[in-house]
Design a protein around this ligand. Structure first.
Ligand code: PGA
Length: 250
Protein backbone atom coordinates (compact mmCIF):
# COMPACT_ATOMS: atom_id res chain seq x y z
CA UNK A 1 0.00 0.00 0.00
CA UNK A 2 1.53 3.28 -1.10
CA UNK A 3 0.38 6.30 0.84
CA UNK A 4 0.56 9.47 -1.20
CA UNK A 5 -0.27 12.85 0.32
CA UNK A 6 -2.95 14.69 -1.56
CA UNK A 7 -1.84 17.71 -3.58
CA UNK A 8 -4.39 20.42 -4.35
CA UNK A 9 -2.93 22.85 -6.88
CA UNK A 10 -4.63 25.97 -8.19
CA UNK A 11 -3.93 27.20 -11.72
CA UNK A 12 -4.89 30.86 -11.95
CA UNK A 13 -4.23 30.98 -15.71
CA UNK A 14 -4.24 34.63 -16.92
CA UNK A 15 -6.15 35.87 -13.88
CA UNK A 16 -5.26 37.68 -10.68
CA UNK A 17 -3.74 40.97 -9.60
CA UNK A 18 -1.78 42.40 -6.71
CA UNK A 19 -5.07 43.57 -5.19
CA UNK A 20 -6.40 40.02 -5.36
CA UNK A 21 -3.56 38.48 -3.35
CA UNK A 22 -5.68 38.63 -0.20
CA UNK A 23 -7.14 35.42 -1.58
CA UNK A 24 -3.71 33.76 -1.37
CA UNK A 25 -3.37 34.84 2.24
CA UNK A 26 -6.74 33.27 3.11
CA UNK A 27 -5.87 30.12 1.15
CA UNK A 28 -2.51 29.88 2.96
CA UNK A 29 -4.25 30.13 6.33
CA UNK A 30 -6.54 27.25 5.41
CA UNK A 31 -3.64 25.25 4.01
CA UNK A 32 -1.79 25.50 7.32
CA UNK A 33 -4.82 23.98 9.06
CA UNK A 34 -5.20 21.17 6.53
CA UNK A 35 -2.63 18.73 7.81
CA UNK A 36 -1.72 15.97 5.42
CA UNK A 37 -2.49 18.00 2.29
CA UNK A 38 -0.04 19.90 0.09
CA UNK A 39 -1.49 23.09 -1.37
CA UNK A 40 -0.08 25.11 -4.26
CA UNK A 41 -1.11 28.16 -6.26
CA UNK A 42 0.26 28.81 -9.74
CA UNK A 43 -0.43 32.49 -10.44
CA UNK A 44 0.77 34.42 -13.50
CA UNK A 45 4.57 34.89 -13.52
CA UNK A 46 4.22 38.52 -12.40
CA UNK A 47 2.53 37.47 -9.16
CA UNK A 48 4.85 34.63 -8.14
CA UNK A 49 7.15 36.73 -5.96
CA UNK A 50 4.45 38.82 -4.26
CA UNK A 51 2.24 35.75 -3.74
CA UNK A 52 5.15 33.96 -2.06
CA UNK A 53 5.83 36.92 0.19
CA UNK A 54 2.21 37.49 1.12
CA UNK A 55 1.49 33.83 1.87
CA UNK A 56 4.67 33.48 3.96
CA UNK A 57 5.23 29.83 3.15
CA UNK A 58 1.68 28.70 3.96
CA UNK A 59 1.12 27.59 0.40
CA UNK A 60 3.53 26.48 -2.31
CA UNK A 61 3.84 28.80 -5.29
CA UNK A 62 4.37 27.54 -8.82
CA UNK A 63 4.73 28.64 -12.43
CA UNK A 64 2.20 27.78 -15.12
CA UNK A 65 4.94 27.02 -17.63
CA UNK A 66 8.72 26.91 -17.88
CA UNK A 67 11.16 27.11 -20.77
CA UNK A 68 13.45 24.14 -21.32
CA UNK A 69 16.61 26.24 -21.62
CA UNK A 70 18.41 27.97 -18.76
CA UNK A 71 18.81 31.33 -20.54
CA UNK A 72 19.19 32.88 -23.97
CA UNK A 73 17.36 34.52 -26.84
CA UNK A 74 13.82 33.31 -26.08
CA UNK A 75 11.64 36.41 -25.92
CA UNK A 76 8.77 36.14 -23.49
CA UNK A 77 9.97 32.93 -21.84
CA UNK A 78 10.99 32.15 -18.27
CA UNK A 79 13.51 29.53 -17.13
CA UNK A 80 13.35 27.14 -14.19
CA UNK A 81 16.09 29.04 -12.37
CA UNK A 82 14.14 32.28 -12.82
CA UNK A 83 11.01 30.67 -11.39
CA UNK A 84 12.97 29.40 -8.41
CA UNK A 85 14.55 32.79 -7.83
CA UNK A 86 11.07 34.33 -7.77
CA UNK A 87 10.04 31.82 -5.09
CA UNK A 88 8.39 29.02 -7.07
CA UNK A 89 9.01 25.43 -6.05
CA UNK A 90 6.98 23.78 -8.78
CA UNK A 91 5.69 24.38 -12.30
CA UNK A 92 3.10 23.05 -14.73
CA UNK A 93 4.10 21.77 -18.18
CA UNK A 94 1.89 20.75 -21.05
CA UNK A 95 -1.42 22.24 -19.97
CA UNK A 96 -3.91 21.65 -22.79
CA UNK A 97 -4.36 25.42 -23.21
CA UNK A 98 -0.63 25.72 -23.99
CA UNK A 99 -0.70 22.62 -26.17
CA UNK A 100 -3.48 24.36 -28.15
CA UNK A 101 -2.69 28.11 -27.94
CA UNK A 102 1.11 27.80 -28.15
CA UNK A 103 1.14 24.59 -30.21
CA UNK A 104 3.35 22.83 -27.68
CA UNK A 105 4.29 19.29 -28.66
CA UNK A 106 4.84 16.29 -26.41
CA UNK A 107 8.58 16.59 -27.09
CA UNK A 108 8.58 20.21 -25.90
CA UNK A 109 6.56 19.31 -22.82
CA UNK A 110 9.06 16.58 -22.01
CA UNK A 111 11.99 18.98 -22.42
CA UNK A 112 10.29 21.44 -20.06
CA UNK A 113 9.67 18.70 -17.49
CA UNK A 114 13.30 17.53 -17.74
CA UNK A 115 14.62 21.07 -17.32
CA UNK A 116 12.35 21.79 -14.37
CA UNK A 117 13.17 18.58 -12.52
CA UNK A 118 16.89 19.02 -13.15
CA UNK A 119 16.68 22.51 -11.64
CA UNK A 120 14.85 21.17 -8.59
CA UNK A 121 11.30 22.23 -9.47
CA UNK A 122 8.52 19.72 -8.90
CA UNK A 123 6.81 19.36 -12.28
CA UNK A 124 3.11 18.80 -12.94
CA UNK A 125 2.83 17.34 -16.44
CA UNK A 126 -0.68 17.52 -17.93
CA UNK A 127 -2.29 15.01 -20.26
CA UNK A 128 -5.88 14.54 -21.42
CA UNK A 129 -8.03 13.77 -24.41
CA UNK A 130 -10.39 16.01 -26.39
CA UNK A 131 -14.13 15.51 -26.62
CA UNK A 132 -13.80 14.10 -30.14
CA UNK A 133 -11.11 11.64 -29.04
CA UNK A 134 -13.29 10.39 -26.18
CA UNK A 135 -16.34 10.06 -28.41
CA UNK A 136 -14.23 8.00 -30.81
CA UNK A 137 -13.17 5.75 -27.93
CA UNK A 138 -9.54 6.84 -28.32
CA UNK A 139 -9.13 8.47 -24.89
CA UNK A 140 -6.94 5.78 -23.32
CA UNK A 141 -4.67 5.49 -26.35
CA UNK A 142 -4.30 9.28 -26.57
CA UNK A 143 -3.34 9.61 -22.92
CA UNK A 144 -0.92 6.67 -23.11
CA UNK A 145 0.76 8.27 -26.12
CA UNK A 146 1.00 11.61 -24.34
CA UNK A 147 2.51 9.98 -21.25
CA UNK A 148 5.05 8.05 -23.29
CA UNK A 149 6.20 11.15 -25.16
CA UNK A 150 5.73 13.92 -22.55
CA UNK A 151 7.30 12.35 -19.46
CA UNK A 152 11.04 12.32 -18.90
CA UNK A 153 12.99 9.08 -18.51
CA UNK A 154 14.89 10.42 -15.50
CA UNK A 155 12.53 11.51 -12.73
CA UNK A 156 15.18 12.13 -10.11
CA UNK A 157 16.03 15.59 -8.83
CA UNK A 158 12.56 16.72 -7.85
CA UNK A 159 9.02 15.33 -7.86
CA UNK A 160 7.12 14.39 -10.98
CA UNK A 161 3.32 14.79 -10.76
CA UNK A 162 0.91 13.84 -13.55
CA UNK A 163 -2.38 15.70 -14.04
CA UNK A 164 -5.14 13.98 -16.00
CA UNK A 165 -7.25 16.78 -17.44
CA UNK A 166 -9.81 15.78 -20.06
CA UNK A 167 -10.06 18.86 -22.29
CA UNK A 168 -13.85 18.65 -22.47
CA UNK A 169 -14.02 18.99 -18.66
CA UNK A 170 -11.82 22.10 -18.37
CA UNK A 171 -13.78 25.25 -17.64
CA UNK A 172 -17.01 23.66 -18.82
CA UNK A 173 -18.65 22.45 -15.62
CA UNK A 174 -18.72 18.96 -17.18
CA UNK A 175 -16.74 17.00 -14.63
CA UNK A 176 -15.70 13.48 -15.57
CA UNK A 177 -17.61 10.74 -13.78
CA UNK A 178 -15.86 8.90 -10.96
CA UNK A 179 -15.96 5.76 -13.14
CA UNK A 180 -14.22 7.52 -16.03
CA UNK A 181 -11.67 9.02 -13.65
CA UNK A 182 -11.05 5.63 -12.01
CA UNK A 183 -10.47 3.98 -15.38
CA UNK A 184 -8.02 6.61 -16.57
CA UNK A 185 -6.11 6.99 -13.30
CA UNK A 186 -5.65 3.21 -13.07
CA UNK A 187 -4.31 3.20 -16.63
CA UNK A 188 -1.95 6.09 -15.83
CA UNK A 189 -0.71 4.34 -12.69
CA UNK A 190 -0.06 1.16 -14.69
CA UNK A 191 1.87 3.15 -17.30
CA UNK A 192 3.93 4.88 -14.60
CA UNK A 193 4.82 1.60 -12.90
CA UNK A 194 5.67 -0.04 -16.23
CA UNK A 195 8.00 2.84 -17.00
CA UNK A 196 9.54 3.69 -13.63
CA UNK A 197 9.09 0.56 -11.53
CA UNK A 198 8.41 1.18 -7.84
CA UNK A 199 9.09 4.91 -8.30
CA UNK A 200 5.94 4.98 -10.43
CA UNK A 201 3.92 4.16 -7.31
CA UNK A 202 5.06 7.40 -5.72
CA UNK A 203 4.09 9.71 -8.59
CA UNK A 204 0.98 11.65 -7.62
CA UNK A 205 -1.80 11.68 -10.21
CA UNK A 206 -4.10 14.71 -10.04
CA UNK A 207 -7.49 15.01 -11.68
CA UNK A 208 -8.33 18.35 -13.30
CA UNK A 209 -11.42 19.67 -15.05
CA UNK A 210 -14.26 21.52 -13.33
CA UNK A 211 -13.28 20.43 -9.82
CA UNK A 212 -15.49 22.34 -7.37
CA UNK A 213 -16.42 22.21 -3.70
CA UNK A 214 -19.45 20.05 -4.47
CA UNK A 215 -17.68 17.33 -6.47
CA UNK A 216 -14.23 17.26 -4.83
CA UNK A 217 -14.96 14.69 -2.12
CA UNK A 218 -16.39 12.23 -4.65
CA UNK A 219 -13.32 12.61 -6.87
CA UNK A 220 -10.83 12.32 -3.98
CA UNK A 221 -12.46 9.02 -2.98
CA UNK A 222 -11.48 7.44 -6.31
CA UNK A 223 -8.44 5.13 -6.19
CA UNK A 224 -5.27 6.74 -7.58
CA UNK A 225 -6.70 10.25 -7.40
CA UNK A 226 -3.95 11.92 -5.40
CA UNK A 227 -5.32 15.42 -5.59
CA UNK A 228 -6.61 17.99 -8.02
CA UNK A 229 -5.48 20.66 -10.44
CA UNK A 230 -8.11 23.38 -10.11
CA UNK A 231 -8.66 26.31 -12.44
CA UNK A 232 -11.71 28.52 -11.92
CA UNK A 233 -12.45 27.38 -8.38
CA UNK A 234 -8.91 28.21 -7.21
CA UNK A 235 -9.32 31.96 -7.77
CA UNK A 236 -11.05 32.67 -4.47
CA UNK A 237 -10.55 31.26 -1.00
CA UNK A 238 -14.32 30.84 -0.71
CA UNK A 239 -14.30 28.28 -3.51
CA UNK A 240 -10.82 26.79 -3.08
CA UNK A 241 -10.71 26.21 0.68
CA UNK A 242 -13.60 23.68 0.68
CA UNK A 243 -11.67 21.66 -1.92
CA UNK A 244 -8.58 21.69 0.33
CA UNK A 245 -10.77 20.60 3.24
CA UNK A 246 -12.28 17.79 1.19
CA UNK A 247 -8.76 16.56 0.45
CA UNK A 248 -7.89 16.70 4.15
CA UNK A 249 -10.95 14.59 5.00
CA UNK A 250 -10.32 12.02 2.27
P1 PGA B 1 -11.11 24.30 -14.39
O1 PGA B 1 -9.62 24.27 -15.01
O2 PGA B 1 -10.99 23.82 -12.97
O3 PGA B 1 -11.51 25.76 -14.49
O4 PGA B 1 -11.95 23.39 -15.21
C1 PGA B 1 -8.75 23.19 -14.74
C2 PGA B 1 -7.43 23.39 -15.39
O5 PGA B 1 -7.38 23.91 -16.52
O6 PGA B 1 -6.39 23.04 -14.81
Amino acid sequence: MHVRRKLVAGNWKMNGSLDGLNEVIAIAEAAREASGVDVAICPPFTLIAPAGMRSAGGVRIGGQDVHHRASGAHTGCVSAAMLKEAGASLAIAGHSERRTDQHETDAEVRAKAEAGLAAGLDMIVCVGESDAQRRAGDHSAVVERQLAASLPDDIGGAELVVAYEPIWAIGTGNVATPADVAEMHAAIRAALVARYGDAGQHVRILYGGSVKADNAAELFAVADVDGALVGGASLTAAQFVPIIEAAARS
